[in-house]
Design a protein around this ligand. Structure first.
Ligand SMILES: Cc1ncc(C[n+]2csc(CCOP(=O)(O)OP(=O)(O)O)c2C)c(N)n1
Length: 563
């Protein structure tokens, strides 16, 4: 009995391909296919019909006869390609295929692959390789040590030993990338493999496999955690990115409300997504990103429940007790490495949503008093130039409820969080890896994955220039992102770090006359530069309702903005 595989290969259904029938069409009878057709059938079956890439001669054989039900999103530099795919993958929840040029293309992408790993983005990264007969003699463009290069930023790296194993290797890569902790994998693909004939029956089984990795926590560990939470005098929750990524948003809220837990967001540098609605009355704020200050911030608490975060994404190094004297901590994480490397506390390695669900069922309704709401940020004052806080207060006025923020504006990260208090899941994307260039590229990818939601991509002008060619893709594919660029004419956060590190006299921290709006305009993005709140409000409102990419550059005062 033939198993059914959805989709078609060049107009022939997979069933027909297996059975050697194609309904008597002019294409005739066929039981064989090529590696290329089998691979695309695999991508189709896994819902991976959007491919992000930058092609070279070694990738062209893969792209031949590109199927009409696939979309190829061209990025002009490989770091941007991977950043777009990273945003797309996170915002769609799907494994995403990135196709790069052989050795130099992969190397250009390395910083973005590092980011994708930190973001736990399930990327299947493929790159072309010389024809097999050329590899040993190391002909031009051979990807030397192809498998070794992307380590340690990928979970798995492979070059199939023969053409016939390409489809299975791609399938293995997709499953590997999608298992927790999700992350990028790499498959090197010799360019002469694609046209090799192949019997579709050989790949039918790998295409149809279902591989799930959402592990349930040991019920005993959950019961023990519930007992510790119930017995605590003053417990607190720290919510991190994997609450959102695992779909546990509502469960985290229900748990906080049932246990009367004040909630902190895990420190901003590693908080690529939000784990809790920041407008909720139990939300306290964003934890500071350093060891001693975290301990001090949690001072009144005797028990810390960490959900979906490492403990913790610290930076800079400010030593001190990591927890208040006598306090306990339990971390729920999907990542064995996060569990193993935590400097303090116990850990449960399991799916964050399933574990919070089990915990919610096991805890008692608390009679502790409801946590006090966080203080409102102070009112912003009009100034010239505007403060980053005034910019984000203005953005808060116009951003619709279903708006998504992609953020890479280092000195205004906290001001944005405090002014916007984003309170819906899947609405905030930030680079947990800290490699600049993610923001602009991911903004494009997130918008492609969520075409029905307005995306605002908030960038420092320095950050924007690490991925500046992303503007071209936004225009070419009419991706209606609203880019908001804060122009402070410096690498502001590095001046702040210089103070902490007691560094004086460092060069290279000023960015005079970097004309981002002009550059964007040259790529075809309709761009405007504004100075006051009224113009900013109008421009943002217009941008958010436009169906084309728009850029607003706003002059801001230099320096760090906390509220
Ligand atoms: C790939 C990469 N290179 C360099 C850095 C170091 N770095 C961190 S923040 C920053 C400055 C960012 O400037 P800008 O985007 O203008 O924002 P501001 O700090 O002024 O708010 C730099 C260069 C980095 N994080 N990533």
């Amino acid at each position: 009995m033939a198993e059914t595989v959805t989709g078609t290969i060049n107009g022939v259904t997979a069933d027909e391909a297996q059975q050697g029938t194609s309904g008597g069409t002019s294409k005739g009878r066929r039981s064989a296919t090529t590696i290329r057709e089998a691979a695309f059938e695999l991508f189709r079956a896994r819902g991976m019909t959007t491919i992000f890439g930058n092609p070279g001669s070694t990738e062209l054989p893969m792209l031949a006869d590109f199927p009409s039900d696939f979309t190829y999103v061209l990025g002009l530099q490989e770091a941007v390609v991977v950043g777009m795919a990273d945003g797309f993958s996170q915002a769609s929840g799907k494994p995403t295929h990135v196709n790069l040029h052989t050795a130099p293309g992969v190397r250009n992408a390395m910083g973005a692959i590092f980011n994708a790993q930190a973001n736990k983005s399930p990327l299947l990264i493929t790159a072309g390789q010389q024809v097999r007969a050329h590899i040993t003699m190391q002909a031009n463009l051979t990807n030397r040590d192809a498998v070794r290069v992307p380590h340690p930023f990928v979970k798995w790296s492979y070059e199939p030993p023969r053409a016939e194993e390409v489809p299975a290797a791609l399938a293995r890569g997709i499953y590997q990338a999608s298992l927790p902790p999700k992350g990028p994998v790499f498959v090197s693909l010799p360019m002469d493999d694609w046209n090799v004939n192949f019997d579709f029956a050989d790949v039918r089984h790998v295409i149809k496999r279902s591989v799930t990795g959402r592990a349930v926590a040991d019920p005993e560990a959950v019961r023990a955690l519930a007992a510790r939470l119930d017995a605590a005098r003053s417990p607190v929750m720290v919510a991190g990115p994997d609450v959102d990524a695992s779909g546990a948003w509502d469960i985290a809220i229900a748990l906080a409300e049932r246990c009367k837990l004040p909630v902190w967001a895990s420190p901003a540098p590693g908080g690529g997504r939000l784990g809790f609605p920041e407008g909720h009355p139990y939300f306290r704020g964003v934890l500071p990103p350093a060891i001693g200050p975290v301990g001090q911030t949690l001072e009144e608490h005797d028990f810390v429940l960490v959900a979906g975060s490492s403990v913790f994404p610290y930076y800079p190094y400010i030593p001190g007790p990591p927890l208040p004297e006598g306090a306990d901590l339990v971390e729920i994480t999907n990542d064995p490495d996060e569990a193993a490397r935590a400097p303090v506390g116990d850990a449960i390695v399991a799916d964050v949503k399933l574990t919070l669900q089990a915990l919610l069922a096991a805890v008692s309704e608390s009679d502790r008093p409801a946590p006090a709401p966080a203080e409102e940020p102070p009112p912003v004052e009009d100034s010239e130039p505007l403060s980053p806080s005034a910019v984000h207060a203005t953005l808060a006025e116009v951003l619709p409820d279903d708006g998504i923020v992609v953020l890479e504006s280092p000195t205004s990260t906290l001001a944005l969080r405090n002014r916007l208090r984003i309170s819906r899941p899947g609405s905030y994307f930030f680079c947990a890896g800290g490699g600049l260039g993610y923001g602009l590229s991911a903004g494009v990818g997130v918008q492609l994955a969520q075409p029905g939601r307005p995306v605002v991509c908030v960038l420092g002008e320095g950050s924007a220039h690490y991925a500046i060619t992303g503007f071209w893709t936004a225009v070419a594919y009419q991706v209606p992102v609203t880019f908001l660029v804060l122009r402070n004419e410096e690498y502001g956060i590095l001046k702040w770090f210089a103070e902490i590190e007691q560094v004086t006299g460092a060069p290279g921290l000023d960015l005079p006359a970097l004309e981002t709006a002009d550059v964007a305009r040259a790529y075809g993005v309709s761009s405007i530069r504004v100075q006051d709140r009224d113009d900013l409000r109008d421009a943002l409102a217009a941008g958010l309702s436009s169906n084309a990419p728009e850029l607003i550059e706003v002059d801001v005062a230099p320096g760090m903005a906390l509220f």
